[in-house]
Each structure stands twice: as structure tokens, then as C-alpha cells.
Design a binder for this molecule. Structure first.
Ligand code: HEC
Length: 388
């Protein structure tokens, strides 16, 4: 996990370091969709096979799976090569997808099918993170073509939910999550632990911009008899916040989003932060929309990245894919002279060091230390220049 974090960091460094120099040709929306359809075609062939270990290792299927992995890797690479769009989150996630796809392809080619199978499930986190940032412009025309209803219904429920988000079938995904929350086959504790409540909330708020639906869903959920009393209390706060935020004007732009994060931060004891997740997610939804509205390279994005980094450090639940570092790094690089660059650095250092600290003390690897030192010197240099 540590090496994974490190390679994400280093990839983010290289993306951002080159972003100001020669900008790669930017993909337009149509180009992205074309690449996505290829990626989708590959995933459609890979995922059903990957649900069964024997099938995935079946020599008869090998040529087809190998070809699909080649397609996945090649087109993910194209997305990353074009994927700056001036948007560091898009750049980071497209790099992450390309790196993961290449990794899976290598392992499969080396006959390490179990590892490839496991990673294929993880790769959907890249798809989910990228797709769940912004509202769904229109109902994706591909939706119903993903899998026929019968094949889709045959997937285990949690897989159904994940794959549906990964392929932008948001309505199907929400229905699958709602089934999970209502099903006695999944205990409330594991639903909580797997972060499914947050996944669901994020899609409702960011993609669907719907506050009432999750409020109703969580009301039903807290009536379960296997729920921890503390979780029920937290969800009551979620429900109240959803109703309150849903009743006011939509949160648009930086100022109200910033206000919302500040309010949530004031409840600072860590154990209380979780009850503020609705505010964090609602703020991140507004921040992502705001970011998408700014021209590439606009310095005003620095503050947006800062708040997104703060939010991700509080609500981030994926050990696999954390955007905290790339957000905070983008905040620093985009405007190192701003006071927020210092704040970003302080939070980044705390976050990174905590990730490398265990019972035997701090073990920040030398390259990560060098990366932190470089960011720190950028800030010092910029503020020095300012006072000249
Ligand atoms: C770096 C960001 C990013 C990643 C990672 C990503 N996507 Fe996408 N995807 C997009 C964008 C942007 C669109 C276009 C959305 C729109 O039309 O508004 C899209 C659209 C799609 C579509 C709809 C295409 C169409 O014709 O409308 C599918 C299907 C899709 N993605 C599948 C996937 C799968 C499967 C993965 C993971 C293996 C994935 N995507 C990873 C950004 C991403």
C-alpha cells in the first residue's frame, strides 16, 4: 500500500511538473467519449469473466482476455497522454487508470491471473472516482447496452453497484445500493465499513444533485435492527443536513462551498467529523462544478484544489486511490505565493507523514521527503520573490 501511495505521488508530480510546459493536446468531450467507449468495450468483456477465478484462468478464454486487456491498456494510455485538460484531478485519475491497466496487463501476461483478477476489481475505483465528480449531463446513451438485464442481475449486488457507476449507469447503481442497504444479507456493520453509504451519498449529491432521495434512503436504513447506535446518530445528522441543504438555494461557486467546509471543520474532534459528511460532500460537489467552469491554468483554481484536498483528507475512504495529495500539490504549484499554499503544505505534510507512521515510528522514504522539500522550497521561493 505504501509503495502504491508513493507511485501515485510520483506520477502526480510528473503530471503537474509538465502541466505548465508543453501542454499535451487536450481531448474534447467527443474524443473522451470515443476513448471511453473502447475502455468500456474492454471492461465489458473482462469484468464478467473476472468474477469467476476458474473462468478467468481458463486457457480457452486467454486470447480474448489478453486482447481486451491490450485494448484497455492502450486506450487508458491515450486518455492519460491527452488527459491534462488543465484539470489536475482528471490528469491524476487518467494517469492512475493508465498505470493500473498496464500493470494488470503485465500480470496477466506473466500468468499471474489471480493478481490480475483482483486488480481488475480495484481499477473500477479509477472509473468511479472520475465519473462521480460531476453531474450527469444526459443519460448516457450506452447505459442499457452495458449488459443485458439478465447478466446484470446475475452479478452479486455490491459488484452490480460498482460496475454500474464505473460505466456511468447511475440510476442502476443507486437502485443496487438501495437494495444492499435494505437487504438482511448484508449487515449494517460491513455496509458502513465498506464505505457504501458514502459512495451512495456522493453519487446522489454530485452526479444527481438530489438531496431528498438519500434522506429517505437513510431514514429506512436507520430503522434496521443491526445498526450501531452511534452510526444511527450520525445518520440522523446526515438526514437533517440533507433536508436543510436541499431546502436552500443550490450551492454554487467558491464562497458558499468554502463556508460549508469551514462549518464542518469547526466540529473538529475527529470522531464528530463523520457526521458532517453531507456538508463535505455537498461542498465538494459545488467545488468540482466550479473547477470545471474555470479556464485551464487559472490561478483561482488553487483555492478550489485546497478545499478539495481538505475534504478528501476528511472523507476519503479509499486506501487504494487517495486524491488528497494531488489536490494539495496542485494548490501549491498553481499559486505558491498564496497564503493557502502554506496551509496546503502543512496539511499535505501531516497527511503524508501520518501515512508512513506506525508503531515503530516515522518512515518517510527519501524520495517522498525530497518531493515534500521541493514543494516547500517552491513556497519559500515564491514568498521571497514577493517581498523583493
Ligand atoms: C480521468 C477520468 C475518467 C476515468 C478514469 C474514466 N472515465 Fe469514463 N468518462 C469520463 C468522461 C469525462 C466521460 C464523458 C462524460 C460525458 O459525456 O459527459 C466518460 C464517459 C464514459 C462512458 C460513456 C461513454 C459515452 O459514449 O457516452 C463510459 C461507458 C465510460 N466512461 C466508462 C469508463 C470505464 C469502464 C472506466 C474505467 C475502466 C472509465 N470510464 C474511466 C472520464 C473518465
Amino acid at each position: 500500500m505504501k509503495s502504491r501511495t508513493l507511485c501515485c505521488l510520483l506520477a502526480a508530480v510528473s503530471v503537474i511538473a509538465t502541466a505548465g510546459a508543453v501542454r499535451a493536446e487536450e481531448p474534447d468531450a467527443e474524443q473522451t467519449r470515443r476513448i471511453m467507449r473502447e475502455v468500456f468495450g474492454a471492461i465489458q468483456r473482462l469484468l464478467p469473466a473476472s468474477l469467476d477465478a476458474d473462468r478467468f484462468a481458463d486457457p480457452a478464454l486467454e486470447p480474448e482476455l489478453r486482447a481486451a486487456l491490450e485494448t484497455l491498456s492502450q486506450h487508458s494510455g491515450r486518455l492519460a497522454a491527452h488527459g491534462t485538460r488543465g484539470d489536475q484531478s482528471f490528469a491524476f485519475l487518467s494517469r492512475s487508470l493508465a498505470r493500473d491497466a498496464a500493470d494488470i496487463q503485465r500480470r496477466f501476461a506473466a500468468g499471474r491471473t489471480e493478481e490480475a483478477r483482483f486488480l481488475l476489481h480495484q481499477i473500477t475505483e479509477d472509473c468511479i472516482a472520475c465519473h462521480s465528480r460531476l453531474p450527469d449531463a444526459d443519460d448516457a446513451p450506452l447505459s442499457s447496452a452495458f449488459m443485458d438485464d439478465e447478466a446484470f442481475a446475475a452479478l452479486p449486488l455490491p459488484e452490480r453497484a460498482r460496475f454500474a457507476v464505473a460505466t456511468r449507469q447511475f440510476e442502476r447503481a443507486l437502485v443496487a445500493y438501495e437494495e444492499i442497504f435494505a437487504s438482511p444479507a448484508f449487515d449494517a456493520g460491513s455496509i458502513e465499513l465498506l464505505g457504501e453509504l458514502d459512495d451512495y451519498l456522493e453519487i446522489c449529491l454530485r452526479v444527481k444533485r438530489d438531496f431528498e432521495r438519500p434522506a429517505r434512503t437513510f431514514e429506512t436504513f436507520i430503522a434496521r435492527d443491526d445498526i450501531r447506535p452511534m452510526l444511527a446518530d450520525e445518520l440522523r445528522v446526515w438526514i437533517a443536513d440533507l433536508r436543510a441543504l436541499g431546502a436552500r438555494d443550490p450551492i454554487e461557486g467558491l464562497a458558499p462551498a468554502r463556508e460549508l467546509v469551514r462549518e464542518a471543520e469547526e466540529a473538529s474532534p475527529i470522531r464528530e467529523r463523520r457526521e458532517k459528511h453531507v456538508r463535505y460532500h455537498a461542498a465538494s460537489a459545488a467545488l468540482h462544478r466550479h473547477l470545471a467552469s474555470l479556464p485551464a491554468g487559472d490561478r483561482r483554481a488553487a483555492e478550489v484544489y485546497y478545499w478539495l484536498g481538505v475534504i478528501e483528507s476528511r472523507v476519503g475512504r479509499s486506501f487504494w486511490l487517495s486524491e488528497t495529495e494531488p489536490f494539495l500539490e496542485a494548490a501549491i504549484r498553481l499559486d505558491p505565493a498564496s497564503p493557502l499554499a502554506l496551509e496546503s503544505y502543512a496539511l499535505l505534510e501531516e497527511f503524508v507523514v501520518a501515512g508512513y507512521t506506525g508503531s515503530s515510528g516515522e518512515h518517510v522514504p527519501p524520495d517522498v521527503q525530497a518531493w515534500l522539500a521541493e514543494l516547500q522550497s517552491l513556497i519559500l521561493h515564491a514568498s521571497g520573490e514577493d517581498t523583493d
